[in-house]
Design a protein around this ligand. Structure first.
Ligand code: UDP
Length: 547
């Protein structure tokens, strides 16, 4: 990987002339700043002003052309974290003629992906906010291939996980600070700005308390396509089941410790009759951890960013998340949400320390490690007495105003815990009945039925008060190519003009309805197919039936 911009010979004179004549061209996807990604030709960046520059010329294009709505609040989010006011992207405009008076542009020949990392020192943030979104943004645009170059504009230094970012492309990613060394005015020949949010599953609680995103659009399949790519790049082989089954305890060594780790490991090994090993980010290489986790039957860890590594667990494995005293597992669910994404096929178990005797607090540490000594006495008392941290907002990475740094949360989050072994084993046993770990079962892929076909109805009237409606249809077209355990049909019969309907679940492709069917009435009949109880297909076009 070369640090310099690639040495593709570009005809500098021609490039400059094209910039002056054509200006900047921008075409974006997305209707709002929160779902927008823009493709630019000749987007420039002034390293002195630390601003992107859009040059107007005869051939420039700006779509969407928002006028001043471009500032309300921004053109787009540079990170995958939604609508965060420190992550907005915009540019300043200049006429191309101004180039005559500006520093000579340095052209960036690589196709560029320009974005912000959100919190590159925290592994959960690294995977969830950056690596997965970058990977799938690159999948979305075909010229963002392995020869593309990443530009991180958030202003952080490389951070402890920079090697992971390097796996996403063959070229060394560049940081905002490094751009200065390249020139005063950089012009990106072709660039994409912004990140796809389609794979994110969690919101961190900036405007409402943290929790799963409202509309999750990713499944285990896409997560595993990504982890497969990462494992290839890390040279981790996907060993198959031949080897022994084992449990991984992912420990933290600096804070939020498990105080009786040795006892815990022995207990797990004994209970499940499996080898049990510990790993930590401090003591193991990243690829060793991935290798171990990717074949593990169970992953046990304190709540914390290292648990995002359950991304790499094999299907069927179990995640056990341990929560310190006074921290309600239901309120902090990034890893639960991950483990229970459709198709992740992981079992998730939360255990919480409910015993004050088993917790060790650190009131005298600095505030960012959970200390509370800086608070007034009454507030310290209240926090120490409290049995549960109330739901709160959170604002990692955002400049202070309260309630960002919630001292009560930090105080409880950085406790050490002596894990009550019988209580933990009991909780695990409620879910894991026999041996944990990848079952040899084939995972049923969840394919949905198509519409039923050729729906027909025939009415018959008996006297003045009774009628029957015979409805028939053909199987969905895709069913003949599938092996499906159970095929059912749902039929709704709605009298025209009424808001209610009568629902039926049927096993056959025809049925005669006589209950509540009136003569000389028009009915709307809605039919859909259902595979395996919960895979609901689309309704076929409504059928109009007059008795
Ligand atoms: N970390 C770690 N061992 C420790 C403490 C932290 O590996 O003893 C890692 C942790 O996994 C995360 C980063 O350091 O990637 C920041 O940890 P922090 O406690 O700030 O965040 P959290 O884990 O609560 O998200």
């Amino acid at each position: 990987q070369s640090q310099e911009l690639s040495q593709v010979q570009i005809d500098y004179h021609a490039a400059l002339q094209a910039l002056v004549e054509d200006g900047t061209r921008m075409v974006c996807t997305g209707r709002m700043h929160t779902d927008r990604i823009c493709r630019f030709e000749s987007l420039c960046y002034s390293t002195e002003a630390e601003e992107f520059v859009y040059f107007h010329s005869n051939s420039s294009v700006m779509l969407p052309n928002l006028g001043s709505r471009r500032f309300q609040p921004a053109l787009l989010d540079l990170s995958s974290v939604e609508d965060h006011n420190t992550q907005y992207f915009n540019f300043v405009e200049l006429p191309a003629a101004a180039l005559k008076f500006m520093p000579k542009p340095v052209f960036v020949p690589d196709v560029a992906l320009i974005a912000n990392r959100f919190n590159p020192d925290n592994l959960m943030h690294v995977f969830h906010d950056d690596l997965l979104p970058i990977y799938y943004t690159m999948q979305q645009f075909s010229d963002l291939d392995l020869e593309a170059r990443l530009f991180f504009m958030e202003g952080w230094s490389e951070g402890v996980h920079f090697d992971l970012y390097k796996l996403l492309s063959n070229k060394q990613p560049l940081l905002r600070e490094q751009l200065k060394t390249l020139g005063r005015l950089l012009c990106f020949t072709k660039s994409y700005v912004g990140l796809s949010k389609i794979t994110t599953w969690y919101q961190y609680g900036f405007v409402q308390p943290q929790g799963p995103k409202a509309n999750i659009l990713v499944s285990g399949n896409e997560i595993r396509q990504f982890t497969k790519f990462m494992m290839q790049k890390l040279n981790v082989s996907l060993e198959e089941s031949s080897s022994e089954e084992y449990i991984v305890v992912f420990s933290r060594t600096i804070n939020r410790l498990i105080l009786n780790e040795a006892e815990l490991i022995l207990a797990l090994a004994q209970e499940f009759q499996m080898k049990t090993i510990t790993v930590s980010l401090e003591e193991h290489s990243f690829s060793d951890i991935v290798q171990l986790i990717s074949n593990a039957s169970m992953l046990v860890s304190m709540h914390g960013a290292q648990l995002v590594m359950s991304l790499f667990l094999p299907r069927g494995a179990t995640v056990v998340e341990l929560f310190p005293y006074a921290i309600n597992p239901e309120h902090y669910t990034p890893y639960k949400t991950l483990a229970t994404l459709p198709g992740m096929d992981l079992q998730y178990i939360a255990w919480q320390n409910t015993d004050r005797e088993d917790t060790v607090t650190y009131p005298d540490r600095p505030w960012d490690q959970g200390g509370i000594a800086h608070l007034d006495k009454a507030e310290q008392e209240r926090i120490i007495k409290s049995t549960e941290v109330p739901r709160h907002l959170c604002c990692e990475g955002r400049p202070p105003p309260p309630p960002c740094r919630n001292p009560e949360w930090l105080f409880r989050a950085y406790q050490d815990t002596k894990v009550n072994i019988p209580s933990l084993i009991h909780v695990i046993r409620q879910t894991v009945k026999s041996k944990p770990g990848p079952k040899k079962q084939k995972w049923s892929s969840s394919l949905y039925p198509g519409k039923v076909r050729d729906a027909k109805c025939q009415a018959s009237v008996q006297g003045t008060s009774e009628a029957k409606l015979a409805v028939s249809w053909q199987i969905p077209w895709n069913l003949k190519y599938l092996k499906v355990r159970e095929v059912k049909y749902e039929v709704w019969i709605q009298e025209q003009g009424e808001n209610t309907y009568m629902p039926y679940i049927l096993s056959h492709q025809n049925h005669t309805f006589s209950e509540n069917i009136k003569p000389f009435t028009i009915y709307l009949v809605w039919i859909r197919c259902i595979f395996n109880k919960n895979l609901l297909g689309p309704f076929a076009d409504v059928l109009l039936c007059s008795t």
